[in-house]
Design a binder for this molecule. Structure first.
Ligand SMILES: Cc1cc2nc3c(=O)[nH]c(=O)nc-3n(C[C@H](O)[C@H](O)[C@H](O)COP(=O)(O)OP(=O)(O)OC[C@H]3O[C@@H](n4cnc5c(N)ncnc54)[C@H](O)[C@@H]3O)c2cc1C
Length: 508
């Protein structure tokens, strides 16, 4: 079984051409995930001339590889925002996400989008005594905000539930079908979309000059960076304010009853559950085993762990699909949405959705489209990337110390001199003082790549589950041949004999 998300397989989506000419547009949106396509939808609906470019396919990134929960319940978050800031900020975060959920439902109804959107309760639970207090605190803050929520001491799940909180009238859907449909509407509303078009350079001006990898120039009055990790930093240090976290999902043939609802636990190991019915499929999705990118356990097969868990707890036995994805966590649980920094008034960013990008990505589209068309939005202060806490928190400092340590340890690490490698095996080899990652595929073909990350030069770590090279500093990922799988890196890894990797941070 190939590791591919069910959502991606379930909806092919239209193919859009690669950009092969210079163009001028009112608004260029880089990234065709949920924030990018929803921004394009809202702006083109208001008559703004928009152009979307994506390095791969529309919704081919994290937006097509998640669990498809559309909810303002984001695990334990409201009590955290309240203690980091105050109740007002937590309420504003809720109201933005709740508005986004309602907006998504109205877009789906208005355009008859067939994406299995279904209103259901969302539950956050714990099976550990240690987390009962966290759930109780969260419940108190949610009630103070005015959220339609309930406290539970048990749930209709075959688990040893100690405490849970539910939000009523949340939703689940098929994200790929939703985003593919929105992209088609963008075209009907006069927008343009280009796929397989990677943006490399930004020259910030009144009319921004943006250049693709192939050298084509896009002039745009407004630039929206919705590339998951911002491909352009504008001297705003996003690479140091975002932490990449990876999780794994299996979809099993569902043969037993599963309660109507979406579930997630608080403790470790993480577990997230939902069912899906559509297109002749009847699936139980089981996700979890989250870890920081590049910090997973090479000896663990996360899919096998999830499969054993699902068999033991839910009695299902056939895994039909499996996939993994990573998302960017912000330092204070709130995404970075708005002007890329306080000095720039025509470059916007949307990132740091902390694994809740369906509603938060829609919030990003609401805020950015309002800022572009009217210069104002009711939620702009809550999500502004220029808020001081996102730079100065203890987490920020800890994370950057962490990055520095990774960088140094990467430089000092000594590789294995043995070059005897079995099929399907990876070994680090040191050749003339440089560490390379050597991987032999099933046909015995050997790939030897330089494992210095092309983003900022950290040493990459092998991810045996996905056969990829993952960066523990900023989350870039490469396949065993050296191709970029996920940014912020933009250059591939060079093979042995091709010289050193081209390290390009794209900060300026
Ligand atoms: C395992 C997992 C489960 C999740 N489950 C949920 C859930 O149930 N509910 C929820 O709300 N959220 C969930 N999330 C989070 C959610 O999926 C993400 O927050 C969201 O999809 C991020 O959207 P994005 O557009 O920023 O990124 P992406 O969807 O990755 O889109 C970014 C796009 O930018 C393009 N791009 C990048 N660089 C360039 C460049 N230089 N030039 C051109 N294009 C570029 C990429 O090709 C990509 O298509 C989950 C996340 C994970 C990891």
């Amino acid at each position: 079984m190939e590791n591919e998300a069910y959502w991606i397989l379930s909806s092919e989506g239209k193919n859009y051409e690669k950009l092969k000419k210079d163009i001028t547009t009112e608004c260029l949106i880089v990234g065709g995930g949920i924030p990018g396509i929803t921004t394009a939808y809202l702006l083109s609906k208001k008559g703004v001339k928009v152009t979307v470019v994506d390095a791969g396919k529309i919704c081919g990134g994290c937006s097509g590889r998640n669990t498809g929960k559309v909810t303002s319940q984001h695990n334990i978050i409201y009590s955290k925002i309240k203690s980091e800031y105050n109740l007002k900020k937590a309420k504003s975060y809720y109201e933005a996400n709740n508005k986004a959920l309602n907006l998504m439902e109205s877009i789906i109804k208005e355009n008859n989008i067939d994406c299995s959107f279904e209103r259901l309760p969302a539950y956050t639970f714990t099976e550990s005594d240690d987390y009962i207090k966290d759930i109780e605190d969260e419940f108190e803050v949610c009630k103070a905000i005015g959220i339609d929520c309930e406290y539970h001491k048990s749930l209709p799940l075959p688990l040893n539930i100690k405490a849970a909180i539910s939000f009523n009238k949340q939703a689940q859907f098929n994200p790929k079908k939703y985003i593919d449909a929105l992209a088609e509407i963008v075209i009907k509303q006069g927008g343009e979309i280009y796929e397989n078009t990677t943006i490399k350079d930004v020259d910030k001006r009144k009319l921004n000059k943006i250049t693709s990898e192939d050298g084509y120039v896009i002039y745009a009055y407004n630039l929206v960076i919705a590339s998951h990790h911002p491909f352009y930093d504008g001297m705003s240090f996003y690479f140091a304010r975002l932490e990449p976290e990876r999780s794994y999902i299996i979809a099993m043939n569902k043969t037993k009853d599963f309660p109507k609802g979406m579930f997630i636990n608080v403790e470790s190991p993480s577990r997230t559950l939902r069912s899906y019915e559509g297109d002749g499929e009847n699936l139980l999705l089981v996700g979890g085993e989250k870890h920081r990118v590049g910090k997973g356990d090479e000896d663990k097969n996360y899919y096998d762990i999830l499969e054993s868990y699902a068999k033991e707890k839910f009695g299902e036995d056939e895994v039909k699909y499996k996939w993994s994805a990573q998302d960017w966590l912000s330092t204070d649980h709130i995404p970075y949405i708005g002007y890329i920094n306080a000095e720039f008034d025509n470059i916007y960013v949307a990132t740091g959705f902390s694994k809740w990008g369906m509603t938060n990505g829609t919030v990003a589209a609401m805020i950015i489209s309002d800022l572009i068309t009217s210069g104002d939005d009711e939620f702009k202060e809550t999500f502004t990337p220029s808020r001081s806490k996102s730079y100065l928190s203890k987490e920020f400092i800890k994370q950057n110390v962490n990055v520095a340590v990774e960088y140094i340890s990467g430089m000092l690490r000594c590789g294995d001199k043995e070059v005897s490698i079995e099929n399907g095996e990876m070994k680090i080899v040191r050749i003339k003082g440089v560490d390379y990652g050597a991987f032999k595929d099933e046909n015995g073909k050997l790939f030897i790549v330089n494992i210095k990350c092309t983003h900022l030069g950290c040493e990459l770590r092998w991810n045996n589950c996905e056969r990829s090279w993952d960066c523990p500093c900023h989350g870039s990922r490469f396949d065993y041949m050296g191709n970029v799988l996920e940014g912020p890196a933009i250059n591939p890894l060079k093979s042995y004999g091709e010289g050193p990797n081209k390290v390009e941070p794209n900060i300026l």
